[in-house]
Write a protein that binds this ligand. Structure first.
Ligand code: 13P
Ligand code: SF4
Length: 301
């Protein structure tokens, strides 16, 4: 009998499709993906693909961003309920109300936001280019930053630039505790601490490196260090370990697990290809406005 992996590869060929996956996806999904990366790498990748059908193994806002940039392609999210709680912490109405309080402010959204929120923004950013994007705004302009309070405060501290910051957060990164870092550091005193900027301040202060998921991959492969404590979602360990066999990576906590990223499995990838489901589309009106903030980001990146 054929394995599910073989069936996926056959059907993928038949459909002329490609499978891409975020760095937090379950190991078995990353193993069958044609391309794996962080939020920025995935949106750039989709825009340059020849394939018409893209199975997007990630969460809803990521597939939506791909659909905005490539409306002619069929973007399939294998589980339609794979959302991002942080992205749901602000609505377009709430953002419009905040903008009305600060007329003239430049509005920047973290890519972890809905298309309707992106449509209300001037610039989009990801964790790998946030500093560059915020720095591009003239110093005399007010900035509204949504929805991640931790990324927002990290940028504010680094750049010494006051911003009006929304109070959204990632429940997964918020479950990482300072005691987790202390315990791992006691056990592995030589290890470098890599943390994602979505982590709360206490964790950010203890980290040696604050990096997007893609930057963690690059840092670990280029650095001479042999051991790493990884303060982000556990799916990161798959590539880090595979691509650096001579190095050791320790997850900071078993609680660092994103239940939405883990909704996708091999069967759902197969069904996505079989039934061409669940197609993610964005209404024209919203897509047209949201494109501006995403393209402005891609240009600056
Ligand atoms: P990256 O852009 O670093 O991949 O992060 C996406 C994300 O959702 C982190 O929780
Ligand atoms: Fe959203 Fe956090 Fe999951 Fe990333 S890890 S997709 S921010 S809930």
């Amino acid at each position: 009998m054929k394995s599910i992996e073989d069936k996926i590869q056959e059907l993928k060929k038949e459909r002329g499709a490609i499978i891409i996956a975020h760095n937090y996806q379950p190991d078995e999904v990353q193993a069958i993906a044609d391309f794996t990366g962080d939020s920025l790498e995935l949106s750039q990748k989709v825009a340059e693909l020849d394939e018409e059908i893209v199975v997007f193994c990630g969460v809803h806002f990521m597939a939506e961003t791909a659909a905005i940039l490539s409306p002619e392609k069929t973007i399939l999210l294998p589980d339609q309920f794979a959302g991002c709680p942080m992205a749901d912490m602000i609505t377009a109405d709430q953002l419009r109300a905040k903008k009305a309080e600060h007329p003239g402010a430049v509005v920047i959204c973290y890519v972890n936001s809905s298309a309707a929120v992106k449509a209300e923004c001037d610039l989009c950013c990801t964790s790998s280019n946030a500093m560059k994007i915020v720095s591009s705004v003239p110093a005399d302009k007010e900035i509204i930053f949504v929805p991640d309070t931790h990324l927002g405060h990290y940028i504010q501290e680094e750049l010494g630039r006051e911003m009006i910051i929304w109070d959204g957060y990632c429940p997964t990164h918020s479950r990482i505790r300072e005691e987790d870092i202390r315990r791992e550091k006691d056990e592995h005193p030589e290890a470098v601490i890599m943390a994602h900027p979505e982590c709360p301040q206490g964790i950010r202060d203890m980290a040696d490196q604050l990096l997007s998921t893609g930057q963690m991959i690059t840092f670990a492969s280029e650095s001479d260090h042999k051991e790493y404590i990884v303060a982000t979602e556990m799916g990161m360990l798959y590539r880090l370990r595979n691509e650096n066999p001579g190095k050791k990576f320790y997850s900071v906590s078993e609680r660092a697990l994103c239940p939405n990223m883990k909704k996708i499995d091999l069967e759902k990838v197969f069904w996505a290809l079989e039934d061409l489901q669940h197609r993610i589309t964005v209404p024209d009106e919203i897509a047209k406005k949201a494109t501006r903030s995403i393209e402005a980001m891609l240009e600056l990146s």
